[in-house]
Design a protein around this ligand. Sequence first.
Ligand SMILES: Nc1ncnc2c1ncn2[C@@H]1O[C@H](COP(=O)(O)OP(=O)(O)OP(=O)(O)O)[C@@H](O)[C@H]1O
Ligand SMILES: [Mg+2]
Length: 315
Amino acid sequence: MTKSTIEGRRKAPFVVPDRHEIRTDPTRACVILSLVADALLAAGLRKTYRATVALDGVDLRVGAGELVGLLGPNGAGKSTLTKIACGLVRPTAGKVTVLGHPAGSTAARARTGYLAELFRFPGWASADEVLELHQRLARSGGGAEERTELLALVGLAEAARRRVEAMSKGMQQRLGIAQALVGAPSLVLLDEPTSALDPAGRRTVRELLEGLRGRGVAVLLNSHLLSEVELVCDRVVIVDGGRTIAEGAPHELAAAGGVEIETAAGLKRFPDAGREQVPTLVARLVGHGEEIYGVRVVTGTLEDAYLRLVGKDAR
Ligand SMILES: Nc1ncnc2c1ncn2[C@@H]1O[C@H](COP(=O)(O)OP(=O)(O)OP(=O)(O)O)[C@@H](O)[C@H]1O
Ligand SMILES: [Mg+2]
């Protein structure tokens, strides 16, 4: 992929400049600001639809180049938050900025890429035509080079001329992701981008997301695929009933699973113990004449933590 400049979505091919390039070119002041300001900042966000409270005072921050997973049960408010962030829905109260600009403003939209959860492209359009249309909408000057890069990035290099109606669901989802990256956005909002993808497709998207992070692009990823979120996200925010109920790095949220010690008399489990208690536990067992053959600190998964926090019952 070629390295080039970014000037919002107007002329930008896919890649943001490196930090040295930015420092040595004072005309890129807006880009420096973009890298300093939070990619997305929501404060006290509230949205009601008549009697339904979709968001009930959510605070959320996505730093520049940060990959944040937005989790929560069906109806928690994830898509509503995402739609507000890209200016499609107006909040009832609260404030949202994208790189310092009010969400929905021209400046904010120019820096935002969005993949809706239930999107539909015209069936008669080819993959290349869909991207061309979005280049026009985003005023991207990336041309054929950008389209080719993006299709290759999502594994659709061979499908540029294939019509949407002749694509599988997963191929359409890949095209949707490519569409969200048109115009080199600094913030990408992906609402369940991998729900239709096969394992290889999910890995492709995971690598793509890591690539974006490496280039300073911030991503807010709505997903129910907790194992994937755990693999790729720097931080996760869990919402439920329109409120944030937990937030942190996946490994911080993952529930501790206790300590298992293998002794001559068999496996002994200490479900409430953590890593820091291992020396004491081992010393105590040895003091009681036990022979120790192995010690394992059992770590939980993000799924364990999620189910503990939101409850296991389907609603
Ligand atoms: N346009 C709308 N009109 C009325 N109610 C809405 C509208 N959009 C969303 N809601 C309601 O707001 C709440 C939050 O919906 P939202 O789509 O944000 O949830 P979600 O977390 O994205 O759920 P899912 O995981 O199912 O995609 C739900 O109770 C939903 O029914
Ligand atoms: Mg949703």
